[in-house]
Every structure is written in structure tokens, then in C-alpha cells.
Design a protein around this ligand. Structure first.
Ligand code: C5P
Length: 219
């Protein structure tokens, strides 16, 4: 076993966007590079954890030592998370999951012209909230959620903490030189204990700080 604040602990991380098919060549997705989730996976592994990373489609290499499960849709992501969540001590839900998906994806490519009716009105239905679904049965696990906000960052993130049943929310200031594909991030941590701003830094430094804060919450 490796040394560190998460030695002997099992950690689940979701990362990246999900891609929800309209037809075999088109999809609905969210803007997410996956960099924050992959940085968390590296940080958790460096802290000694056994790490499972459930990842939507991203252009990033599997971090050293980390078990990566690649998925495309939110429903696949939820299914892929169930067993690793059961077995984990700590989970970070960092994925930018599409809130809605096409209700009836076509089995063949829709043709411009002939299929305009289907292309011009795509009916969407709710995706599962992976964090809220799993956190509802979290027991003694520590659950960390993420929030990307442009304004009222702390108020929105505190509401999310309660609504989702998370123990900790890491809130990003979107547009303050962070998030979305950049290598830096400005993050505030919120829990029932209070609020603290992490020093502005690289996603790797921020990830290490989030991992330390979450590790402190483990029994
Ligand atoms: O509600 P919102 O999407 O802003 O919440 C963000 C948090 O919830 C993130 O931790 C994200 O990974 C998680 N989430 C999820 N499943 C969804 C939507 C969000 O796990 N369908």
C-alpha cells in the first residue's frame, strides 16, 4: 500500500462531459475538458487511494495507477458508478452531466431535408442526477460535489450542498480565469462547517487541496 492521507481508501471520481445521442453522428453535450476530474484522480492516487475514474468522452490520458471506466451517456455513467460507489469511502462528482437527453435517439443518421421535422424539434427528457441519486444512499461515505457558477457563487453552492445531499461542494468561479479548459481554477469549499476559499492555483494544486479537505472529513 502507498502512503498518504488516503492510504487504504477507495475513491470514486466522475469526470468530463456526457454525450447524449440524437442519432449515431449527433449528440447533446456540455462544455467540459475533464481536466479537473483527472487532476483529482491524480491527486487522490498520489494521496495513496485506490482510484476509479468514470469518465465521459475527453481527450486526456488515463492517470498513472488509476482504473478508468469510459462511458458516453449519463445513464451509462450512473450504471458504471454504482458498484465503485458501493465500495468507496469517498466520491468526487466532477462530471458535467447533461441535464437532459434526446427522448428518442434515432437508430440511423437523420438526413437533412428528408428528416427535417425530427432535426428541427428534438424532444428532451431528464437525465438522472448521478450525485443526488447515489448520495441518497451514502451512509458514512464522504460525497463531494462541484458547482460552476458565474454569480452568487457561495449562495448557489450552499443551496446545492443541501439539495444534493453532499458533504462538501467545490464551487468554481466561471469566468474568473478558471474552469472550462484552462489549467487554473479559483475554488471555494463549502460544507456544514463553513466556507473557505482555496488559494488560486493550478488545477493540480487545487485538486490536492480539495483531496486534503475531503480526507479530513473521513471518519
Ligand atoms: O445541478 P448542477 O449540475 O449544477 O450540479 C453539479 C454537481 O452535480 C456536480 O457535482 C455534478 O457532477 C453533479 N451532477 C450529477 N448528475 C447530473 C447533474 C449534476 O452527478 N445529472
Amino acid at each position: 500500500p502507498r502512503a498518504g492521507v488516503l492510504a487504504g481508501r477507495r475513491v470514486l471520481i466522475t469526470a468530463g462531459p456526457t454525450a447524449e445521442p440524437i442519432d449515431p453522428v449527433r449528440y447533446v453535450t456540455n462544455r467540459s475538458s475533464g481536466k479537473m476530474g483527472y487532476a483529482l484522480a491524480r491527486a487522490a492516487w498520489q494521496a495513496g487511494a485506490d482510484v476509479t475514474l468514470v469518465s465521459g468522452p475527453v481527450a486526456l490520458d488515463a492517470p498513472t495507477g488509476v482504473r478508468v471506466v469510459r462511458v458516453r451517456t449519463a445513464e451509462e455513467m450512473l450504471q458504471a458508478c454504482r458498484q465503485p460507489f458501493d465500495e468507496c469511502d469517498l466520491a468526487f462528482f466532477c462530471a458535467a452531466v447533461a441535464d437532459k437527453r434526446p427522448a428518442a435517439p434515432a437508430g440511423r443518421k437523420l438526413k437533412k431535408g428528408a428528416d427535417d421535422a425530427a432535426l428541427e424539434r428534438i424532444e428532451l427528457v431528464d437525465n438522472p442526477d448521478i450525485l443526488a441519486t447515489l448520495a441518497a444512499g451514502k451512509g458514512s461515505r464522504v460525497v463531494v460535489g462541484f458547482a460552476a457558477e458565474t454569480d452568487d457563487v457561495v449562495d448557489n453552492a450552499r443551496a446545492k450542498l443541501e439539495r444534493k445531499g453532499a458533504d462538501l461542494i467545490a464551487a468554481n468561479y466561471v469566468g474568473a480565469g478558471g474552469a472550462f479548459g484552462s489549467d487554473e481554477n479559483l475554488v471555494v469549499l463549502l460544507s456544514a462547517q463553513g466556507t473557505s476559499e482555496l488559494p488560486y492555483g493550478s488545477k493540480d494544486d487545487v485538486a490536492a487541496a480539495i483531496v486534503r479537505a475531503a480526507a479530513d472529513m473521513l471518519g
